[in-house]
Design a binder for this molecule. Sequence first.
Ligand code: SAM
Length: 463
Amino acid sequence: MKQLPQDYQQQMKEGLGAEYPAFLKTYEDTPHRGLRINTQKITREEALHIFPFSLEPIPWCPTGFFYQHESDRPGKHVYHAAGLYYIQDPSAMAPVEALKPQPGETVLDLCAAPGGKTTQIAAKMKGEGLLIANEIMAPRRKALVENLERCGVSHAIVLGERPERLATRFAGFFDRILIDAPCSGEGMFRKDPETAERWSIKATEQCAVLQAEILEAAALMLKPGGVLVYSTCTFNPSENERVIGRFMQNHPDFSLETIPGHQHFQPGRPDWAGSDPALERAARLWPHHLRGEGHFVARLQKAVGPEGRRQRPGKFPPVHKDAVQLFETFMRENLKQPTIQGPFTLFGDHLYQTRDDLPPLKGIVVERAGLHLGQMKRSHFLPSHAWAMTLNPVDVKRVLSFAPDDPVLHRYLMGEAIPSSSEKGWTLITVDRFPLGWGKVSNGLLKNHLPRWMRWDAHFLDG
Ligand SMILES: C[S@@+](CC[C@H](N)C(=O)[O-])C[C@H]1O[C@@H](n2cnc3c(N)ncnc32)[C@H](O)[C@@H]1O
């Protein structure tokens, strides 16, 4: 890797003292690679049985595994397109393990794109409860939506707001909140050397101001008794212990908890923040102590107390009954039994399954009001990719299933139409029993309905 910024080296040397040479040496090593099994689609046991990769458990995440980058290439396997796993830095799996979201809860992922941690939360919630994924940057939101679709997440709403604006609607609303904060990214210099080029002491100070603002907004949105996890991928104490230390001083109703799995990590460093010894309960993930990049994780609990008054639920635009009828006709014609009930809402001509227990969202950027079901055309309904990825093939009338290495399946993934003698109509394409997308059969040909972002280009499998 290129030269590390001088100021950065100096800062790490002063902080780490005798440990510094071991830390510096990690920049000569190849980063470790991880994937996380998406247990919303496949059990850990079945995954370990069918995945053709050499996997080794990641000690701090039961669904996480190290893989061999050169020989495995999991990003190029059909099972990736089917959302059976998410490729994620091993250390980045720690914050959601610390958050411990449960099925049925109301959870906010406040800085969500590209969705590594949102999909991890979703798997833990097993599709039950409400998951709000917020991402302020529009292009990053697109990647977030695509990852949620690929992983078959059905119970998420995607918003795109500044945290303080969200706090005006969601006061005291969430059981758990994750802040995977924007940061100076020092922990990623090895994996992503460009982050080092953007680094400066001034940038770390600006990040610290932003992080404190985000924490304040999140604190307002947490229910009494709720849990908040704050994480960064930087080593800088000004963005870690100092942000949390100041927050704790100003919020005596919050306590710092030892994170689950703490034994795998190093303690937080109150001595670097001139602050509360309780900061040792936070965790530092160091590349010279474990097989992963640099991370910081702190878990805070809000004291139990009376719940404040919630805003009355808002209403999404109503859906004309003709639109619902068109969708129900589609379900009757193509599914063995209806799998979706309302409430529904329409954004333009796009139909969503949404919720009726949300606060009013007028004026808030809503990227996805729930599960995107499809598009209403004049006389028919065009089903969405997002919905296909949540379906259980046993509920679908026409299914075309392929083995992972079938060349015809690879042509489908490249966006081609494929010959088919199957019955006419909408058909769910699967690899083994896992959905990949829609096709529509007529006149001996299956027309391809994969969205562009899902399609492999001609060189995808090269190299
Ligand atoms: C570390 S990344 C999140 C990674 C993500 N949690 C994951 O696991 O895939 C931080 C995110 O915070 C977003 N962000 C930037 N400024 C923000 C702000 N003022 N408030 C909230 N989020 C912000 C960035 O766009 C970025 O996507």
